[in-house]
Design a protein around this ligand. Structure first.
Ligand SMILES: *[C@@H]1O[C@H](CO)[C@@H](O)[C@H](O)[C@H]1NC(C)=O
Ligand SMILES: *[C@@H]1O[C@H](CO)[C@@H](O)[C@H](O)[C@H]1NC(C)=O
Ligand SMILES: *[C@@H]1O[C@H](CO)[C@@H](O)[C@H](O)[C@H]1NC(C)=O
Ligand SMILES: *[C@@H]1O[C@H](CO)[C@@H](O)[C@H](O)[C@H]1NC(C)=O
Length: 170
C-alpha cells in the first residue's frame, strides 16, 4: 500500500517535471501555443529533458516533410487534373524535387548536426529548410487544381519554432 502511494507520487513528480520542462522550453519560443501543443500531445515527450524535446521537434519537422512528399507523390499517381495537365504536372514534379531536397539536404543535416551537438548549425539548417519551400509554391502558381501554399507556410512557420527549441540549449 505504502509502496503504491510512493509510486504514485513518484510518477506524479515525473509527469509534472516533464510538463515543467515543456513549459520553460516553449516560453522561450515565438509561439508558445504551437510549441506546447506539439510537445504536450506527444507521448514521447514524457520524461524528456530540453535536448530530448528539441530532438522530438526535429523529428516532427521530418515527418511533416515526408507527409508532404507522400501527398505530392499520390497527386502525381492520381493524375486527375485534365484541364491543367502539363502545368500541374510540372508543378508537382517541382514540389517532389523541392521537398526531397529539403528532406535530404536540410532536415536530415539538421538532425546530424544536432546529434553531434552542433546546435547553431542545426538551427541554421532547419531554418533554411523553411526558407526553401517557396521553390514549390512558385512552381505551382498557375496550377489552380493543386495548392501547397498553406502546407508550405505551415511548415516554414513550424521550423522557426523548432529552431527556437534548439536555441534553448545554448
Ligand atoms: C499544453 O498542451 C496540453 C495538451 O494539449 C494542454 O493540456 C495544456 O493545457 C497546455 N498548456 C498550456 C499552458 O496551455
Ligand atoms: C532551395 O535550395 C536549392 C538548392 O540549394 C536552391 O537551388 C534554391 O534556389 C533554393 N530555393 C529557395 C527558395 O531558397
Ligand atoms: C493558393 O492558396 C493561397 C492561400 O490560400 C492563395 O493565396 C494563392 O493565391 C493560391 N494559389 C493558387 C494558384 O490558387
Ligand atoms: C489556406 O489558408 C487560408 C487561411 O487560413 C484559408 O482561407 C484557405 O482556404 C486555405 N487554402 C487551402 C487550399 O487550404
Amino acid at each position: 500500500m505504502e509502496q503504491k502511494i510512493l509510486l504514485l507520487i513518484f510518477f506524479y513528480l515525473l509527469n509534472n517535471s516533464s510538463a515543467n520542462v515543456i513549459d520553460s522550453v516553449c516560453k522561450a519560443t515565438q509561439d508558445y501555443k504551437l510549441c506546447n501543443e506539439s510537445l504536450a500531445s506527444n507521448p514521447n515527450s514524457a520524461n524528456e529533458d530540453a535536448k530530448g524535446l528539441a530532438r522530438i521537434m526535429l523529428y516532427m519537422a521530418l515527418h511533416k516533410t515526408t507527409h508532404i512528399i507522400v501527398y505530392v507523390k499520390r497527386m502525381i499517381i492520381e493524375n486527375k487534373f485534365p484541364d491543367y495537365r502539363s502545368v500541374c504536372e510540372d508543378c508537382l514534379e517541382a514540389c517532389d524535387k523541392n521537398y526531397n531536397f529539403i528532406l535530404h539536404h536540410f532536415v536530415l543535416n539538421a538532425i546530424k548536426y544536432f546529434e553531434v551537438e552542433m546546435y547553431h548549425d542545426a538551427t541554421f539548417a532547419i531554418g533554411l529548410s523553411g526558407l526553401n519551400v517557396s521553390t514549390c509554391a512558385d512552381a505551382c502558381v498557375n496550377c489552380n487544381a493543386f495548392n501547397l501554399t498553406n502546407r508550405s507556410n505551415e511548415y516554414a512557420y513550424f521550423v522557426l519554432v523548432v529552431g527556437d527549441v534548439i536555441d534553448y540549449l545554448y
